[in-house]
Design a protein around this ligand. Structure first.
Ligand SMILES: [Mn+2]
Length: 363
């Protein structure tokens, strides 16, 4: 593994298999994971713009809607939601000769698109590429660039577009694609704070600003985006946060009732989780949201070397060392009970291991 502090870019030989697929294809379909975020959306918009200027037919189809604070990306490129029963959506998959999955490394993260993609693949010509930075990729695509050293998929896509520009002798960055990539990298690094914010990432952000990215607009659109209803939910949530186990864990349950009472939506909860780590003793934060369809959405955050992705994995979820999540197919009452007991045990074990003299702090 590459030492994160130094950052790096892939060599053009390492990109070659992906570039071959991109240049060979004429109709390319891009997608990202369910409950899309800034990294997935910014990456697909930037790549779509670059591929379009190479004369490719490119469409973006996602398994879920674009959250309102990312709507500005739709002004740069059309982002469609894939509808199972919409003939045109399905048609697009069958017309494509390359399907590119961004910011996800498991086939089922593409949600309702997957059965159609699989069918199109069986019928013949559809190839699959995957570009991602999450841990533990599944071998589901024909070509994969899965690099966990990268702060974001945006960082990798930036590298890819630079390599494509070199190979084709065309400048493929525009102010719009630069802003989209800046949004991708900014959101996935927690505004350039997380451990993978290497000197390289800061230089990359600078180079995107040179290419015309607008950091002020991007930040404002993404973070100053609470609706009045969301702000009410924030107030209610802040007073419901529980800090347990001597400040080690922060816990918040957002019920359907809280969402309904404030008139807020599921995406409003995404902006609330950051407050759960605002108490310095907290090492593990848990946000559990009761969804309309009866499932429970659980998000985990951690401080330091605590691998919440490992914890989320036992429930079929995943993510990164400090940010992970899962969807539980059970009532929120049951989910609360299960996760509450498990997370207390997990946090205690993790912290004991970190405090042990056997733990190498240089890691
Ligand atoms: Mn990402």
């Amino acid at each position: 593994m590459i030492i994160p502090e130094h950052g790096r870019t892939l060599t053009s030989e390492e990109w070659q298999p992906v570039i071959d697929e991109l240049l060979k294809a004429s109709h390319i379909l891009l997608t990202t994971h369910e409950n899309s975020d800034g990294d997935g959306l910014g990456s697909e918009v930037a790549l779509a713009l670059a591929l379009r200027s190479l004369g490719k037919e490119v469409s973006i189809f996602n398994p879920s809607d674009v959250p309102p604070n990312y709507h500005f990306l739709k002004e740069f490129y059309d982002i469609n939601v894939f509808r199972d029963r919409d003939e045109e959506s399905i048609q697009d998959i069958f017309l494509a000769d390359l399907f590119v999955v961004l910011d996800a490394n498991l086939h089922d993260r593409t949600g309702r698109l997957w059965p159609h993609v699989e069918f199109a693949r069986e019928l013949g010509k559809l190839r699959i590429a995957c570009i991602d930075h999450h841990l533990e990729p599944e071998d589901f695509a024909d070509v994969m660039v899965c690099e966990t050293y990268a702060s974001s998929t945006g960082e990798l896509v930036c590298d890819l577009i630079s390599t494509l520009s070199e190979k084709t002798g065309k400048e493929l960055f525009t102010p719009d694609s630069a802003s989209a990539l800046y949004a991708a990298i900014m959101t996935d690094t927690g505004s350039f704070r997380f451990p993978k914010s290497t000197p390289y990432v800061y230089r990359l952000a600078g180079s995107l600003v040179e290419k015309g990215a607008n950091p002020e607009m991007v930040y404002d659109r993404i973070y100053n985006s609470l609706s009045p209803e969301g702000l009410k939910l924030l107030g209610l949530s802040l007073s419901s946060i529980r800090i347990i186990d001597n400040g080690l864990i922060s816990w918040l349950f957002i019920s359907r009732e809280m969402l309904e009472q404030t008139g807020s939506k599921l995406f409003d909860t995404d902006l609330i989780i950051r407050y759960l780590l605002s108490v310095p003793t907290v090492r593990v934060a848990v946000l559990l949201v009761e969804m309309q369809d009866g499932r429970a959405k659980v998000s985990f955050r951690s401080r330091g070397r605590i691998f919440v992705n490992q914890f989320a994995k036992q429930y079929g979820g995943g993510g990164h060392m400090n940010a992970a999540g899962c969807l539980l197919q059970m009532s929120s009452e049951k989910a609360q009970k299960v996760v509450y007991d498990d997370v207390r045990k997990f946090a205690r074990e993790q912290v004991d291991a970190l405090d042990s003299p056997l733990f190498d702090r240089r890691m």
